[in-house]
Design a protein around this ligand. Structure first.
Ligand code: FE
Ligand code: FE
Length: 191
């Protein structure tokens, strides 16, 4: 099965899960992914960042997470080995950094913490809470920090029950297009 087929299968088989206990969100994992990608498109993000928005929580649908809700599931890392086989750092790095972006925002924006859902606040505590000055500096100097912060803002908004979005097939087509672009070498213009 190719990479897009694997992504499709994960969303279709496990995307309807809503998380229980402290991790409860108002929408399913698939609805959250589609809403996040839609918000990225509405903000005119480039295709790679729309893809990152769609795929940012894919790790939650993969095996290997903890059984209980009281441990950090490190879901931002779990899909990266699979995704980096087909996508570049413009896609994988904002995904890897989307938890760090939350920790950065709670330590730099006073109003931000109040906007988080109960599930997101719960995971924040498990993920290390606020960043210290050194962690903030390291984050700010990352080449993909700005993209990760944008993704984080869409992530936090992508939890609206009943919101209409384009279909999963539409976004899978966009992923195929992105892979096609990566395979096509840039044309030399000879004048
Ligand atoms: Fe996440
Ligand atoms: Fe998310």
């Amino acid at each position: 099965m190719d990479l897009i087929g694997k992504i499709d299968a994960l969303f279709r088989r496990r995307g309807h899960t809503c998380y229980s206990d402290e991790r409860t969100e108002a929408v399913s994992a698939l609805e959250h992914a589609l809403q996040c990608a839609q918000l990225a498109e509405w903000a005119h993000a480039d295709t790679a960042l729309v893809a990152a928005a769609l795929l940012h929580d894919l790790g939650q649908l993969m095996d290997g997470g903890p059984d209980d809700a009281l441990r950090d599931d490190q879901h931002e890392l779990r899909a990266l080995p699979m995704l980096s086989a087909g996508f570049g750092p413009e896609v994988t790095e904002p995904i890897r950094l989307h938890v760090a972006a939350k920790r950065y925002l709670v330590s730099t924006d006073e109003a931000y913490e109040g906007t988080l859902s109960p599930a997101s606040l719960h995971s924040l505590r498990l993920q290390g809470g606020r960043m210290n000055a050194e962690e903030r500096l390291l984050f700010e100097n990352h080449a993909h920090a700005a993209a990760a912060l944008k993704l984080r803002r869409w992530d936090d908004l992508a939890k609206r029950p009943g919101m209409r979005t384009p279909s999963l097939d539409y976004y899978l087509g966009l992923l195929e297009q992105l892979q096609g672009e990566a395979r096509t070498p840039p044309r030399l213009s000879i004048v």
